[in-house]
Design a protein around this ligand. Structure first.
Ligand code: EPZ
Length: 441
């Protein structure tokens, strides 16, 4: 039974060694569950992670009349036979901790002709607007009324295929367009689309349901609307964020972790950086072994970017490893405008990190600068001292835990429920890997 306390009292110094099983991606499984709304018959999704983000979407589907049952661990049966309008209070109670509700718009407009979306939750890593989403929905013919409670949408004359150009390859906005266009009347042309592995897996799901979706070169996706969709049966792609997080934990703690379920094709960019920092990895059939071979870690300069670039979610754990590298590293964060907040706790632990809130000029790089980017300059190696830490967000929180695991002394890391949002059985996995900690309520 997973331990439920919200504070971990961690004694640093133990290398993490052993095996973790990574299941379906948080950022695919939640969207796949929403896609089931579009089917006239039930769907089955396999390898669903046991995380609170999934529980939130399960609740949101149920208040809209969808029957969701976990027929066996990680296997969700979703029956959208009686989709109905939910009551505001029910949706609002569930929506505050997630951004997924915004993706209900298209499916609910197709099924019910209206949707109500309360203000969204999710990690505080920037203002995370939804303008691309709302512009797209309006382009399909939806009316969007904003109130202080949230957004009410209607589509009195149905949704019609259209041409949409995304100013930035937004993952969420691409999913919004896909989930709306598949049953719109006519064809939709999406330009500037995100092409993350989770997006491609969602397209595979929609194709199984009966959709006609063509992914063209240079981020163009054509969706030919169809009259009806059937349920799907699908095994979710593995969680490449969780895989990269445990891989980095092996580096930070001088450990050796076999990440079962990890697949090389979706991790190639991460693996290159992992190797350049000094980590070793062995790709096997059922997963990848990540380990610290001993000796020094090397500094690197990276920019986060959309796929197939270095993913923004991968930089937080990597920064912890770079505090132990022998030299000066630079991380340019080009996706979110406020994603180095987690470094404050690392600095208090003894890390030498300088965050440049407006990025760094005049530094050689391959990815074009973005308006809101920031940069972090990390100088190592700096031994980390134990500190009491309150987890600020999901990925930053994982970084704080691995920093505490490598620090000298005993750290109290609180608010770890945030980490449970995206890392299945997180505390049990730490224990299985030999971490030295107690759980406190
Ligand atoms: C998804 O967020 C993921 N979340 C994020 O993972 C991930 O970091 C991100 O994609 C990038 O890969 C989920 O899938 C639930 P975006 P999303 O739309 O869709 C701006 C995690 O830890 N933007 O690609 O919200 C936005 O502000 C999370 O699992 C607009 O300006 O990301 C950001 O700067 C963290 N207007 C950039 O685009 C919009 O309407 C990228 O956002 C939408 C986005």
């Amino acid at each position: 039974m997973p331990a439920t306390g919200d504070t971990l009292v961690i004694r640093g110094g133990n290398p993490l060694r052993g095996r973790v099983d990574v299941r379906g991606a948080k950022n695919l499984a939640t969207k796949a569950m929403v896609a089931a709304l579009l089917g006239e018959t039930p769907s089955t999704l396999m390898d669903v992670p046991d995380i609170s983000d999934v529980a939130v979407v399960k609740g949101l589907l149920e208040v809209h009349g969808v029957k969701v049952t976990e027929s066996e661990p990680g296997v969700y049966d979703l029956d959208p036979g009686n989709v109905e309008t939910a009551h505001f209070a029910q949706v609002d109670a569930l929506a505050s901790s997630s951004r997924i509700p915004i993706l209900f718009c298209g499916p609910l407009l197709h099924r019910l002709g209206e949707a109500f979306i309360p203000d969204l939750g999710g990690c505080r890593i920037g203002d995370r607007p939804i303008d691309y989403h709302l512009d797209a929905l309006r382009a399909f013919g939806a009316t969007v009324d904003k109130s202080y409670e949230g957004i009410h949408l209607t589509a009195p004359t149905g949704l019609v295929g259209t041409s949409i150009v995304l100013p930035y390859p937004s993952v969420g906005a691409t999913e919004q367009v896909l989930l709306t266009a598949v049953m719109a009347k006519g064809t939709t042309e999406l330009r500037g689309a995100a092409i993350e592995p989770e997006i491609m897996d969602l397209i595979a799901i929609l194709q199984k349901m009966g959709a006609v979706i063509t992914v063209e070169p240079n981020r163009v996706i054509l969706i030919e609307g169809v009259e009806r969709l059937e349920g799907y049966r699908h095994r979710a792609i593995f969680d490449r964020n969780e895989a990269a997080s445990w891989a980095t934990a092996a580096l930070v703690t001088n450990g050796d972790i076999f990440v079962a379920g990890a697949k090389q094709p979706q991790l190639t960019t991460f693996l290159n950086v992992f190797r350049k920092v000094g980590g070793k990895f062995d790709v096997e059939d059922e997963g990848i072994r990540f380990y610290h071979p001993g000796g020094k870690l090397n500094p690197v300069t990276i920019e986060t970017d959309v796929h197939p670039g270095f993913m923004t979610d991968w930089q937080q754990p990597l920064v912890v490893a770079l505090t132990q590298a022998d030299g000066v590293s630079i991380v340019h964060e080009t996706v979110y405008e406020n994603r180095f907040g987690f470094t404050e706790a690392l600095i208090q632990m003894g890390a030498n990190i300088v965050v440049h809130p407006h990025g760094l000029e005049g530094v050689p790089r391959r990815v074009a600068r973005r308006e809101f980017e920031q940069s972090a300059v990390i100088t190592g190696p700096t031994p980390l001292q134990a500190r009491d830490i309150r987890v600020p967000d999901l990925r930053g929180g994982f970084s704080h835990v691995i920093a505490a695991l490598s620090a000298e002394g005993v750290s109290r890391v609180s608010n770890v429920d945030l980490i449970r949002r995206g890392y299945e059985h997180f505390v049990d996995k730490l224990s299985d890997l030999g971490a030295d900690f107690e759980v406190e309520d």
